[in-house]
Design a protein around this ligand. Structure first.
Ligand code: WQD
Length: 335
């Protein structure tokens, strides 16, 4: 029985990954400071898998607490989600983002090294590509100057990890997510945005639920098929399963380098209007929206070239945009 630490394990992607880890027979320990999650997610996970993860209310910026944790717990691998992730907020509070996202990562890696924990999966993001020169985006696409301090913490994070794998026996995989959406089929866990949703899908479902008056579509003059921006929307359960595949690759020493990167997306690009059409189709709800100006910092289009993830990692997204949107709507109706 392998013991896996999941930092941020009560968050949106973290909780879905904990469920898949438990489904695969891993023993899960969660560190989460509840800054962007709620403690009831722990019971929700338990009700799905009938196994309760061991939970620690630790802030990873607390170096002593992190040291204590690794002294007291035998860990075989770490999946690191815990980070601040609001793009807009990071522009207003860069120092908080660097302190939290970079500081926590450094303390975590220091204690992994000190305690011989050698398998690390890092939550990275396609945001490191900025507006890629070519589509679909491969892992060799150039990493662009970050559009936000949030994006910069992902870029810098990857560099820190790469440098650490060179001087230690830590092996690491960075998964560059495209746009995670949807919810577990049980509708017991899902995306829980705090305040006004920044991301598209929670705003869509809250508009459909009458919580928001109407959706603003940011930009309708992009050089795309219908003028609205294109993204690669991946079901969060497919994304969670990619973490299990990546972790198993390291645990079984199948990695071909001490630091590897994989794009985790569906390989399909959908515009905002296509998302709205899909949502209306699968839910039967008419969505109230208006076309407005572009949002500062947004790119025109991003979708993944999934060749390496499919062939090398042996992972492929299975769920469709329709299925993801319907799962998001069912989740919204439980809130
Ligand atoms: C998607 C599309 C918007 C809201 C960001 C981060 C990325 C990751 C996912 C954390 C864009 C449009 C949105 C709205 C809209 N975050 N939109 N009206 O910006 O692609 O990616 O979130 O890991 O790192 O960069 O996602 O969901 O905010 O936007 O029209 O109310 O929907 O303009 O085209 P984004 P998003």
């Amino acid at each position: 029985m392998k013991n896996i630490l999941v930092t941020g394990g009560l968050g949106f992607i973290g909780s879905h990954t904990v469920v898949e880890l438990q489904n695969e027979g891993f023993e899960v320990l969660i560190i989460d400071n509840l800054s962007n999650s709620t403690i009831d997610v722990l019971d929700k996970i338990t009700s799905i898998t009938t196994k309760k993860p061991t939970y620690f209310n630790i802030d990873l910026k607390d170096k002593v607490a992190v040291q204590q944790f690794f002294k007291e717990n035998e860990i075989d691998g770490v999946i690191h989600f815990a980070a601040s992730k609001a793009v807009g907020e990071s522009v207003e509070k860069p120092l908080e983002y660097y302190e939290n996202n970079i500081g926590s990562l450094v303390y975590l890696l220091q204690e992994m090294r000190a305690n011989n924990v050698n398998n690390f999966i890092f939550s990275s993001s396609c945001t490191v590509y900025g507006q890629a020169d070519e589509l679909p985006i491969t892992e060799n696409a150039s990493v662009k100057p970050a559009e936000s301090p949030y994006g910069n913490t992902k870029k810098i994070g990857e560099e820190i990890i790469k440098d650490t794998t060179k001087i230690s026996i830590i092996n690491a995989i960075a998964l560059r997510y495209f746009n995670p959406i949807g919810a577990h089929k049980s509708s017991k866990i899902g995306e829980l945005p705090i305040g006004i949703p920044q991301n598209l899908i929670p705003f869509v479902t809250q508009t459909a639920a009458g919580i928001r008056k109407e959706l603003s579509v940011f930009g309708s003059n992009y050089p795309t098929s219908d003028g609205t921006a294109v993204r690669d929307y991946i079901h969060v359960v497919d994304l969670a399963k990619a973490h299990i595949v990546a972790l198993t690759r390291l645990l079984n020493n199948k990695n071909k380098a001490s630091f590897e990167v994989f794009n985790i997306g569906t390989g399909n690009g959908n515009s905002v209007l296509e998302v709205i059409q899909s949502f209306e189709k699968v839910t039967g709800k008419k969505l109230n929206y208006k076309l407005v100006d572009r949002r500062e910092g947004d790119i025109t289009a991003a979708y993944a070239d999934t060749t390496i993830a499919n062939n090398e990692l042996g992972w492929k997204a299975e769920l469709t945009l329709d299925e993801a949107l319907l799962s998001a709507w069912k989740w919204q109706q439980t809130l």
